[in-house]
Design a protein around this ligand. Structure first.
Ligand code: MG
Length: 217
């Protein structure tokens, strides 16, 4: 195990914090007020873009030629501290991990930095890979994963992916990563390990590293 890739939203903090609902409102407002899409069209378009492209951003770039940087700045302009608190226990567990940790998110690195700061865990990460890594192609497209592996100069088999999204873990597994699902809900055959929350996942990762290090020596 050479690197651990953590998804950000609903992985490093639980979905009950509902941070995404703040971003959700901003996405709708961007589509209406900046792009000029009629309010009654917004929900349907978002569903279609999610289905066809994996993210609203890709649909707006393809169909409305929006500036992705403008979009990222606008939709992530939310007060993360309104929903997130310091997580000292998670910080301790991450500090104990003897493997470099990275954020790998479909959001922006600015947003990721604010979330890490609000949780008090920024110092335990060695870097952030965001939606820009493969020309705004989101997970579960394979391109951003390959971009991350290339940047890290690591084979997929030496990386662990920690995620709340099954779709995103499927791609990780297809590439050869070890997969850890965080959260309640059914697992799948491409999920190697399943934990209910991120603190538990960090403990598991520590044990997995000990096992893999023992196997090598
Ligand atoms: Mg997530």
């Amino acid at each position: 195990m050479k690197a651990i890739l953590f998804d950000l939203d609903n992985t490093l903090y639980p979905p009950e914090r509902d941070l995404f609902s703040l971003i959700d409102v901003r996405i709708n407002r961007y589509m209406e007020e900046v792009v000029g899409i009629a309010a009654d069209q917004v929900d349907g378009l978002r569903r279609r873009y999610w289905r066809d492209y994996g993210a609203t951003l890709q649909g707006l770039v393809r169909h409305y030629r929006i500036d992705p940087e403008d979009y990222l700045h606008y939709v992530h302009d939310v007060d993360v501290a309104e929903r997130l608190d310091l997580d000292a226990e998670l910080a301790d567990r991450l500090a104990a991990l003897p493997v470099p940790c990275f954020v790998f998110t479909n959001g922006s690195s600015d947003h990721a930095g604010r979330v890490l700061d609000a949780l008090g865990i920024a110092e335990h990460f060695d870097g952030i890979f965001d939606i820009r890594i493969a020309n705004y192609q989101p997970k579960p497209n394979v391109d951003p994963y390959q971009g991350v592996l290339k940047a890290l100069e690591l084979p997929a088999g030496s990386c662990v992916m920690v995620e709340d999204s099954l779709d995103n873990l499927r791609t990780a597994k297809q590439l050869g990563m070890t997969t850890v699902l965080v959260g309640v809900g059914p697992a799948a055959d491409f999920v190697d390990h399943h934990t209910e929350d991120i603190r538990e996942a960090a403990g598991l990762l520590d044990r997995l590293h000990a096992v893999s290090a023992g196997a090598v020596s």
